[in-house]
Ligand binder design. Structure first.
Ligand SMILES: Cc1cc2nc3c(=O)[nH]c(=O)nc-3n(C[C@H](O)[C@H](O)[C@H](O)COP(=O)(O)O)c2cc1C
Length: 432
């Protein structure tokens, strides 16, 4: 007899099932975006705008999804994003997610707001890749203590989330009057006297007058924390290429391009629209990871093709957890991995990045590039190069424009020093 889960054929099926099982308030907390939910929608739509250009009859024997990150070999690039309170989705909470992550050899980024103590997951650290996500606390020594607890528990990397110093206004949760049940709490913060900025202000009050606003952590606090740990530290929530230089100046070992799944500030751009600009600015100095709106293996493929080293999956993990506990999470990861491998085989790609880019390059946008833009772009590159054929271009935050050729097979025009396809950047920040 086949398992009932075999009828769940893709991540969307899990979403439908999870919604039916969870109370409306819990569903709103776990799934809604901020305000009007536009960024949440755009994250998914951005992937749908890119079509794939396949190569047929390529020999893809010996292909692989594995990758090396911070000296560790990962079987595949599909990681679990940090998310608060897995206990809302399933009684076994993060224990179930960690078991699935270990089974699927997926790195699992455990949230500061996990519903179980991080020490209770330490037995998984030997068999899986556990990373710890830190929300910066107003007292830097509390942040440091959390990092040191993660180190002692065997976690392999720290992800500092920098895009949510205050909570976003999640109107959907507010409409449902969602409250955390007493059984699900931020237990890892219990030992500390944590003060939070309450963004629901009395009439006439100003957020800027809140005493904690003046103490909000800055780049200096992040740099200090990074100096205190031997673990690699990634900064999560970078969207603007202008933030890459300060991020790398802190000593960060990696960047996660993310808009927090559209849960904090609505109308931020889609993750995928920001990714090429960040990748171009990082110039392969550190790994770039990305999350937001990934619902298919072909979405994973597109993010990798546009320069991500690995991706993080958010809500679908909680949907899998709500539907079938650790089995559901493992199934969600397995569905994505199967789809990624099929996409690679069907586009004729057996490795990441260099072989994937041509498969995505063609249809990202169809605009003809004006000769003025071409000239400006040529000027901005160290080595002028001919831009042949039709060009596609897109604006990214910071006033930069990235471009790829419309004909995917001439994407190799962009091969320069290191045989990696490069996106050209036009720096017109003065205009923004
Ligand atoms: C219910 C929920 C809780 C989240 N909690 C955290 C968190 O504690 N820390 C964090 O850095 N990001 C958190 N995020 C954001 C995710 O890490 C990730 O950026 C986002 O979910 C990716 O988008 P996706 O859900 O479309 O895959 C949360 C997201 C959701 C849906």
């Amino acid at each position: 007899m086949s398992s009932p889960l075999s009828r769940l054929t893709c991540l969307r099926d899990y979403e439908v099932q999870a919604r039916q099982r969870l109370p409306a308030g819990t569903w709103a907390y776990l799934n809604a975006g901020g305000a009007d939910g536009l960024t949440h929608i755009w994250n998914e739509q951005a992937f749908k705008k890119i079509a794939l250009w396949p190569r047929v009859l390529n020999n893809v024997g010996g292909g692989s999804t594995s990758l090396d990150l911070f000296g560790v070999r990962h079987k595949h690039p599909i990681f679990i994003a940090p998310m608060a309170y897995h206990g809302l989705a399933h009684a076994e909470a993060e224990h179930a997610t960690a078991a699935a992550a270990a089974a699927m050899k997926a790195a699992f980024v455990v949230s500061t707001q996990a519903s179980v103590p991080i020490e209770a997951l330490s037995h998984r650290s030997a068999e899986g890749h556990l990373w710890f996500q830190l929300y910066l606390q107003d007292d830097r020594y509390v942040s440091l203590d959390l990092i040191q607890r993660a180190e002692r528990a065997g976690f392999k990397a720290i992800v500092i989330t920098v895009d949510a110093p205050i909570q976003g206004s999640r109107n959907e949760d507010q409409r449902q009057a969602f409250q955390l049940p007493t059984a699900v709490q931020p237990v890892n913060l219990a030992p500390y006297a944590c003060r939070q900025i309450n963004t629901t202000l009395p009439a006439g009050a100003s957020l800027f007058q809140h005493p904690l606003i003046a103490q909000m952590p800055t780049w200096e606090a992040v740099a200090w924390l990074i100096r205190q740990t031997r673990l690699p530290v990634l900064l999560k929530g970078i969207l603007n290429p202008l933030d890459v230089a300060p991020a790398l100046d802190t000593g960060a070992s990696g960047i996660v391009v993310s808009n927090h799944g559209g849960r904090v500030l609505d109308t931020l751009p889609a993750m995928l629209d920001c990714l090429p600009g960040i990748v171009a600015e990082v110039r392969a100095r550190v790994p770039v990871l990305a999350d937001g709106g990934i619902r298919r293996g072909s979405d994973v493929f597109k993010a990798l093709a546009l320069g991500a080293d690995a991706v993080l999956i958010g809500r679908p993990i909680l949907h899998g957890l709500a539907v079938a506990g650790s089995t559901g999470v493992a199934h969600v990861l397995n569905l994505l991995l199967g789809e990624l491998e099929a996409t690679m085989v069907l586009t004729g790609c057996k490795r990441y990045r260099t072989s994937m880019l041509p498969a995505c390059a063609g249809l990202i946008a169809q605009a003809d590039m004006s000769s003025a833009s071409q000239a400006a772009m040529r000027k901005s590159t160290e080595q002028p190069m001919p831009l042949t054929g039709k060009q596609a271009r897109r604006s990214i935050p910071g006033g930069k424009t990235w471009a790829v050729t419309e004909d995917p097979w001439t994407a190799w025009t962009f091969d320069r020093h290191d045989k990696q396809p490069q996106f050209l950047l036009q720096d017109d920040t003065a205009a923004c």
